[in-house]
Design a protein around this ligand. Structure first.
Ligand SMILES: [Zn+2]
Length: 676
C-alpha cells in the first residue's frame, strides 16, 4: 500500500488522514520528504537565470511543504498521543532533520543568491511583507555565520558545539542535584498542614523507594505544596535551602564554572558575528530590539512596583508575626501568602466550578470570538482524528466563507504531555490566487467528566482555554502570502499578545454572562464571585512582580556585557539582585547555577518577555475597556492589524497600527493594582 503521508490528502479539507497513518509510515516518509525538499533547493540553486525575489526567496519559502506537513503531524502526535514507538522514531528522524536544516543553512550557492537579492533590496519595490521575507531569509544565513571568513566560520562551529555540550551539562547537573535530595519524614506530626493528596503522593514515593513514611523531593509537584502548606517551619527551611543550592555545592554536579563558560562562549559567538553582546544578538529579532530598551523597561517597572512590594512584604511580615516569626524568610513566603489569601478572600475553587462546565466554556469562547471577530464554529464529524476524544470544528466567517479547521483535544490520557498548547497541522499561505487555509489545534489537560458529573473546570482552566484559544485565533485568522510569516510565526516577545489578551474576557461580567451558568440550576455566576476572583488574582502582585523583574535583570546582567572579568558567580548574582530583594540573602544558595530557563532552555536575554507580554495585553485591553469589550471598531482593528498579519511586519509597527501609539506600562500597573 502506498504511504498515505506521501499522497495528496484526499480527506475533506485535505486534513491529515490520521486513520490511514501507521507508525511505520513515518520514517520512510521523512526520508522521502527530505529528498523532495533537497531537490526543490537544488532547482533554486541550479537556476541559470539571474536571481530574483520570485525564483529564489519566494521559491525557498514554498519549498519543503511536504516535509512541513509530515513534521507537524508527527511532532504534534509525539506531544498529544505518543508511544514508545513514536519516541523511538523521533530519536531516529531528529538527526536527519537537523542535518538537512544545516545543509540548507550552510548552502553557499543558495546564500550567494539570497545575498545578491538582499544587496539590491531597495531597488526592488517590494511590499512590506516581501521585504520582511527577504530580510528574514538573509538574516537566517548571516546570523549563522554565512558572511564570515573560513577561519571565523570554523571558530563559530566550534563554539556552537561547545555551547550545546555545556547546555546539556548544565541540565544534567541540575537534574542530578534535584534527584540527589529527599526529605524523609517518619513522624506524622511533621506532615501537619499538608493536603491529603500531597501526603498520599509522598507516601507513594517512599513506598517506591522501599522506605517507611513519606518522602518529599525537589520536583515541583512535591516541592510546591510542601512549601505552601507544611506547618513545620524548620522543615520548610530545610527544603528551601536544598532547593536553592542545587548545583552550587562544589561537588561533581556544580554549575558555577559551567555558567561562566556558557556566558563567555555566548559572548564570543556574538562578537564573532559582529554584535556587541549576546543580548544584542538575541534582541535583534525581538520586539524589544535592544538591551537598552529591555533594561529601561525592567527598571521602570521596578521603580513602580517596588513601593507596593515593600508594603506587601510588611503586611505579610506582620501577619506572620502572629505566629512568632520575627524575620520573614524565603521559606515563609508561599506559606504565609496562602494563609493570608485564604483569610482575605475566602473563595473555594469548588464554589466556582459548577459555573464552568466545559461545554459552556467552549460555547463561551466561541460566542466571544463571534462577537469580536465574526467567526462561527460548527462541529463536524467528517474530519479524521488521531483520538476519539478530539473534537473537530469547521470555522467560517458570518458570510459562510471557510476560515479554518479547528481540532480541540481537552482531556488528559496516557501518551499526552502535561500542560496546554496551541499548534497547527497545516499552515496558511496564498499561492496562484488561492488562499490555503490553516488547520489549528488546541490541546489541554482539563478535569475529566465522571459518570455522575460533567467536566467542570477550575477558573484557572477557564483562563487556560481562553489563552490557548487566543493563540488559535492568531493561527486561524492568519491572512498572509508566505507561510513562514503567517499566524503565530512572530517574534517571541510578541506571540503571547493574542493569547493573554483573550484571557481578559474571563474577568468581565459582560462576557461571563454569556456562558458562566450553573450546570444544574442555570443560574448566572454571582457578581461578588467575579469581584473576588479579580481581587485575589492581584494578591501580592507587587512581590510577584519584583521577583519576575529580579530574574529578568539577572538574565540581562549575565548576557548584556563582556563577562570575561566575572570570577565569582554568587557575588555577581548578588550585585544584580541588589535592588530587587526583600528577603534576607541565604549565603549557601545561588539562583544562577540552576536557572535552567536561561542556561539550558532558550530564554537567555528573553526572561523579560513574560512581563513584556503582560504589558502589551494590558495596554491593548485598556482600549477595549475604554470603548467596550465587544466594541466592533476596536476588535476589527485588532484583527486587521495584528491577528491577520502574523510576522509580516515589525511587531511595534503592527501594534501602533492597532493602538495608535506605543504601549506603556501604565495599564498593567493599574490592572495589577500597583498604581491608581
Ligand atoms: Zn501562550
Amino acid at each position: 500500500m502506498a504511504n498515505p503521508l506521501l499522497q495528496k490528502f484526499s480527506t475533506p479539507f485535505s486534513t491529515a488522514p490520521f486513520s490511514k497513518i501507521k507508525n511505520e509510515h513515518f520514517k520512510p516518509a521523512f526520508i522521502k520528504a527530505i529528498k523532495i525538499s533537497k531537490k526543490e533547493i537544488d532547482v533554486i540553486t541550479a537556476n541559470t537565470k539571474v536571481p530574483t525575489f520570485e525564483n529564489t526567496i519566494e521559491a525557498l519559502d514554498f519549498s519543503g511543504q511536504t516535509l512541513d506537513r509530515i513534521s507537524s503531524i508527527f511532532f504534534n502526535l509525539n506531544s498529544a498521543e505518543t508511544s514508545d514507538e513514536i519516541q523511538e522514531i523521533a530519536q531516529e528522524v531528529s538527526p536527519l532533520l537537523t542535518e538537512f536544516a544545516n545543509d540548507v543553512r550552510l548552502n553557499e550557492k543558495l546564500f550567494k543568491r539570497v545575498q545578491l537579492i538582499y544587496d539590491i533590496k531597495d531597488e526592488l519595490n517590494l511590499t512590506p511583507e516581501e521585504d520582511t521575507l527577504l530580510t528574514n531569509k538573509y538574516k537566517s544565513f548571516v546570523r549563522n555565520g554565512a558572511n564570515l571568513n573560513e577561519a571565523d566560520k570554523l571558530e563559530l562551529r566550534k563554539t556552537d558545539t561547545e555551547l550545546s555540550k555545556l547546555k546539556l551539562k548544565f541540565g544534567e547537573n541540575v537534574l542530578a542535584e534535584t534527584n540527589a535530595f529527599e526529605l524523609h519524614i517518619t513522624t506524622k506530626n511533621d506532615l501537619k498542614g499538608l493536603p491529603e493528596s500531597t501526603i498520599e503522593a509522598a507516601a507513594m514515593t517512599a513506598k517506591q523507594k522501599n522506605k517507611k513514611g513519606w518522602i518529599f523531593t525537589l520536583d515541583y509537584p512535591s516541592y510546591i505544596p510542601f512549601m505552601t502548606y507544611a506547618d513545620k517551619r524548620n522543615l520548610r527551611k530545610k527544603m528551601a535551602i536544598a532547593f536553592g543550592k542545587k548545583a552550587f555545592q562544589n561537588n561533581k554536579n556544580d554549575n558555577q564554572q559551567v555558567v561562566l563558560d556558557l556566558v563567555n562562549l555566548r559572548y564570543k559567538r556574538a562578537t564573532i558575528l559582529g554584535y556587541k553582546s549576546h543580548s544584542h544578538f538575541v534582541l535583534e529579532e525581538r520586539m524589544a530590539e535592544t538591551p537598552k530598551n529591555v533594561i529601561t523597561f525592567l527598571n521602570d517597572l521596578l521603580e513602580k512596583a517596588k513601593p507596593a512590594a515593600k508594603k506587601e512584604f510588611k503586611l505579610l511580615s506582620n501577619f506572620a508575626k502572629k505566629d512568632g516569626v520575627k524575620q520573614l524568610e524565603k521559606w515563609d513566603s508561599a506559606y504565609y501568602s496562602e494563609k493570608l489569601k485564604k483569610e482575605l478572600f475566602d473563595l473555594e475553587e469548588e464554589q466556582l466550578k459548577p459555573y464552568f462546565k466545559l461545554e459552556n466554556v467552549i460555547n463561551g469562547v466561541f460566542s466571544v470570538s463571534n462577537k469580536l471577530y465574526d467567526l462561527e464554529f460548527e462541529e463536524i464529524n467528517t474530519i479524521d482524528k488521531y483520538h476519539e476524544d478530539v473534537k473537530t470544528y469547521k470555522v467560517t466567517d458570518t458570510s459562510g466563507n471557510y476560515i479554518a479547521i479547528l481540532y480541540a483535544d481537552f482531556f488528559p490520557r496516557e501518551g499526552k504531555r502535561n500542560g496546554a498548547w496551541m499548534t497547527s497541522y497545516k499552515g496558511q499561505w496564498k499561492k496562484d490566487g488561492e488562499n490555503s487555509r490553516p488547520h489549528i489545534s488546541i490541546v489541554c489537560n482539563f478535569t475529566k467528566p465522571t459518570e455522575t458529573k460533567p467536566s467542570l473546570l477550575t477558573f484557572n482552566e477557564v483562563t487556560t482555554l481562553f489563552h490557548e484559544f487566543g493563540h488559535a485565533l492568531h493561527g486561524m485568522l492568519a491572512n498572509t502570502t508566505y507561510q513562514s510569516l503567517s499566524g503565530t510565526n512572530v517574534y517571541w516577545d510578541f506571540v503571547e499578545l493574542p493569547s493573554q489578551l483573550l484571557e481578559n474576557w474571563c474577568y468581565e461580567k459582560e462576557a461571563l454572562n454569556l456562558f458562566a451558568k450553573h450546570y444544574e440550576t442555570t443560574e448566572l455566576i454571582p457578581m461578588d464571585f467575579i469581584e473576588k476572583i479579580k481581587k485575589s488574582s492581584n494578591f501580592l502582585e507587587g512581590m510577584q512582580t519584583l521577583r519576575q523583574l529580579s530574574f529578568g535583570i539577572l538574565d540581562m546582567n549575565w548576557h548584556n556585557n563582556n563577562p570575561s572579568k566575572i570570577k565569582n558567580v554568587k557575588e555577581f548574582e548578588s550585585l544584580a539582585f541588589e535592588n530587587t530583594q526583600l528577603f534576607p540573602d541565604v549565603k549557601e544558595n545561588c539562583m544562577s547555577t540552576s536557572f535552567s530557563h536561561i542556561f539550558q532552555g532558550g530564554y537567555s536575554s528573553g526572561y523579560y518577555s513574560y512581563k513584556w507580554a503582560e504589558v502589551l495585553d494590558a495596554d491593548a485591553f485598556a482600549l477595549f475597556l475604554e470603548k467596550g469589550i465587544f466594541n466592533k471598531d476596536v476588535s476589527q482593528k485588532f484583527k486587521e492589524a495584528i491577528l491577520t498579519k502574523g510576522g509580516t511586519r515589525k511587531p511595534m509597527d503592527l501594534y501602533i497600527k492597532f493602538r495608535g501609539k506605543k504601549p506603556t506600562n501604565n495599564a498593567l500597573l493599574k490592572r495589577a493594582g500597583l498604581i491608581k
